[in-house]
Design a protein. Structure first.
Length: 360
């Protein structure tokens, strides 16, 4: 993986997206069936996301081909990603839907990974969000009292140190909080219930669960939000999440506690993992060898799809209030979500091995 290669690739993709209409008109998928490859089983979050987008992509691709979902579950999504990397033809006959559990193993250098995001071209990136919160049993009632937690041991119920939970693990470490992680949770729902029962004191939840399950706890005075992971704006800056704009970002909280901007290998590692897991969670991609006119046709189809009034009216809980990144915005978000410097990767691997007995 090299950043230079990816930037060159994204530059080519951006150029392809600005080809004249005549060049794009030469591409037609009329009468064809195109596979949207999803490396998860049916009915999961990525499958629902893909099935929601598929008819709109079909509507706007030249020739209005049939777009079907092909599920390749296994290996926590690594199996399907490896299969697409090895077998996909660069002719527009298939495209791939990635997710955080595909991207994080790549960033962390999982030995099972046989795919490289530098060899794919982004078509869209769909964000989601997340919030870290504590039980009011910790003795605080407002997020701006977070400094009062420094002398307390917090208990975090976790599914594991290399999945989505790596994001709060890195954030809480940077904030200097004392946290004991209890691994083995089957899902974030179990983690939330542990906080409700008083068996744990700190947790994080993604946007849908936060809005439906934790906000009532906040309203009842039993949970206190600390920070969100934020989203990236069009300039690549982390800003507040539109789904809960009243909650500060991790960066804001860090500045308030430490009196300086977050920086260094540990922040680079956090930012790559946080964007990969949340702000840039779900990209759709084509192989980089795909001819420029085909790439341009797909990128235009996704741009038209997310602007479709019917999609906007129906997006609801599937896409939420998040702006779908297409064109240059997708390029920027994709780069952050799938790139980590060698120094940051080495730091996070050493940190996870030393602190959580992770073996790479």
């Amino acid at each position: 993986m090299t950043v230079i290669g990816r930037r060159a690739l994204l530059g080519a993709a951006t150029a392809a997206a600005t080809l004249p209409g005549r060049a794009q008109a030469q591409v037609s998928f009329a009468g064809r069936t195109i596979e949207f490859v999803i490396p998860f089983a049916e009915a999961g979050g990525s499958d629902v996301w893909a099935r929601f987008l598929a008819p709109f992509v079909s509507k706007y691709l030249p020739g209005q081909p049939t777009v079907i979902i092909r599920n390749i579950p296994g290996g926590g999504s690594i199996t399907g990603a490896n299969d697409f990397a090895q077998r996909a033809r660069p002719d527009g006959s298939s495209f791939f839907g990635s997710s955080a559990s595909t991207q994080l193993p790549f960033l962390l250098g999982d030995r099972r990974v046989r795919y490289d995001y530098a060899k794919w071209v982004p078509l869209i990136v769909s964000p989601t969000g997340g919030v870290v919160y504590v039980s009011s049993r910790t003795g605080i009632s407002r997020g701006d009292q977070i400094a009062q937690l420094k002398d307390k041991e917090l208990v975090f119920p976790s599914q594991g140190a290399t999945g989505l939970d790596v994001v709060p693990i890195l954030a809480l470490h940077m904030l200097g909080l004392k946290v004991r992680y209890v691994f083995g949770m089957r899902g974030r729902g179990d983690a939330r219930l542990a906080v409700e029962r008083g068996d744990a004191s700190i947790d994080h939840q993604t946007t849908p669960a936060w809005l439906t399950q934790v906000v009532p706890m906040v309203q009842a005075g039993t949970a206190v939000p600390l920070f969100s992971y934020g989203v990236q704006d069009d300039d690549g800056k982390i800003v507040r999440d539109p789904s809960f704009p009243e909650i500060p970002t991790f960066e804001e909280v860090y500045r308030g506690m430490m009196g300086k901007e977050p920086s260094g290998a540990e922040y680079d590692a956090y930012l790559a993992c946080a964007v990969s897991a949340f702000a840039g969670q779900k990209p759709a991609v084509l192989p980089k060898e795909t001819p420029a006119p085909i790439v341009a046709a797909f990128r235009k189809a996704f741009a038209d799809a997310v602007a479709d009034p019917e999609l906007i009216a129906k997006r609801g809980d599937i896409l939420g209030d998040y702006k779908q990144a297409v064109g240059p915005a997708a390029d920027r978000l994709y780069t952050t979500a799938t790139t980590i410097s060698p120094e940051a990767r080495a730091w996070v691997r050493q940190f996870l091995t030393a602190n959580h007995n992770v073996r790479f």
